[in-house]
Design a protein around this ligand. Structure first.
Ligand code: AMP
Length: 281
């Protein structure tokens, strides 16, 4: 695996592969890798000739009071994990190479950013769309891999690819969970032992939502009440509990026969966690 810091150099390195008609698969990450990230890299390995992973903690997708500074960084460990998956190139760009001086070409994240995490984290999806757009320009992959753990993010990216007619296929991959159901996340490292146990409540609440929906309840407000009640056994603060249309990410008014995405964001202590579950009505 070659570790490359300069986007220009990566582009040069990939030029030959592109000319030979090789398929490039790309996995953008913020590092501090776990099985969730590795599942994307493994799938990219299976489906492409060349696999590129990027690690860039994007300052632009963190709010002023969020955890950019303390976000876990562990490049040596990440390198070792990616080598085992037989990644070809690891791009670790500097902020300056992604955002050159005077950079203003921010990407409008589109209508799906209006819901769920959008209003709770102003500017977050603009930052995500912008950095992914920049990385796509550098890597020019045929396929890019995103986890459904960040369901709304994947939808925002799919929408951006469509609006800009970018020649890249977005592939979404299932959520990888710990044995007790907690979705893997770099932020789980923030949790104390006690908080880690409480964090189980997040997935348990999603399962409770599914149980209530599949037992025939149709009123969104009633289901939300049940889920919030379950969640408050464990978490210190709920950011949102929503039932949304899986395509538009807009809240649904009533549960119908169509699938609904149950999405939760909450705080365990000071750590903000998100999770979701697609439920067939
Ligand atoms: P991040 O490093 O948090 O920006 O995540 C990079 C990519 O890994 C995103 O596409 C995430 O959705 C994906 N990812 C993170 N956690 C998981 C997980 N538990 N299961 C599947 N994909 C994940």
């Amino acid at each position: 695996m070659k570790i490359i810091r300069s986007p220009k150099r990566l582009n040069q390195a990939l030029f030959r592969a592109r000319c030979q008609g090789k398929r490039i698969g790309f996995v953008p990450t913020m590092g501090s890798l776990h099985e969730g990230h590795l599942s994307l890299a493994r799938r990219a390995r299976k489906e492409n000739d060349i696999v590129v992973v990027s690690i860039f903690v994007n300052p632009d997708q963190f709010g002023p009071r969020e955890d950019f500074k303390r976000y876990p960084r562990d490049l040596k460990r990440d390198e070792a994990l990616l080598k085992r998956v037989r990644v070809d190139y690891l791009l670790v760009p500097s902020s300056r190479s992604i955002y050159p001086k005077g950079f203003r070409e921010f990407i409008n994240p589109g209508p799906r950013a209006r819901y769920l995490c959008g209003p709770k984290r102003p500017g977050h999806f603009r930052g995500v769309a912008t950095v992914v757009n920049r990385l796509f320009t550098i890597v020019q992959p045929q396929a890019a891999y995103f986890g459904l753990k960040d369901y709304q993010q994947a939808k925002v990216i799919e929408d951006m690819v469509q609006r800009f007619a970018l020649p890249v296929r977005i592939k979404t991959c299932p959520i990888v969970r710990e044995s007790d159901g907690l979705a893997m996340s770099s932020r789980n490292r923030y949790l104390s032992k006690k908080e880690r146990i409480l964090a189980r409540g997040l997935y348990q609440s999603l399962l409770e939502a599914r149980r209530v929906i599949q037992s025939g309840h149709r009123s969104v407000s009633r289901i939300k009440r049940v889920v919030r009640g379950r969640l408050l056994n464990d978490v210190s603060k709920i950011d949102y509990v929503e039932m949304v249309d899986p395509e538009s990410c807009a809240p649904v008014k009533r549960i119908t026969k169509r699938p609904v995405l149950v999405a939760i964001a909450c705080f365990i202590g000071t750590t903000r966690l998100i999770d979701n579950l697609l439920v067939k009505g």
